[in-house]
Design a protein around this ligand. Sequence first.
Ligand SMILES: [Zn+2]
Length: 117
Amino acid sequence: MMSADPLLHARALVLSDLTAQGLVDAHTVSLVEECVAQRRWWVSQWEEGIAYVDGLVAQDVQDALFDESRRWPLCSECADPVEHSLSIEPELGPDPHWVCSESGALIAALGTLGRSA
Ligand SMILES: [Zn+2]
């Protein structure tokens, strides 16, 4: 699971969850690369931050997509017909996972969207 490069590990998790929702294309991949590069710089300034990069890169990508009026990841667990997204919890902590932003229900660990039974 652990990669020698924690930023590449974070990148892989986020790309996996983008793939799960059919959002991987040249544009989103370059967007992920940008977020990873920024967090790489951030970690160079604050080494302890390395423990949090998985969740932070996911939130960075989520924010960047939101700026383009794209919601990711969409919740597919609720009967609620109003489109809503998942959020990372904890926002700053280890073992980030997606929870429904409406119900608060735990959906999946980061990097495992679409794999749950
Ligand atoms: Zn939901």
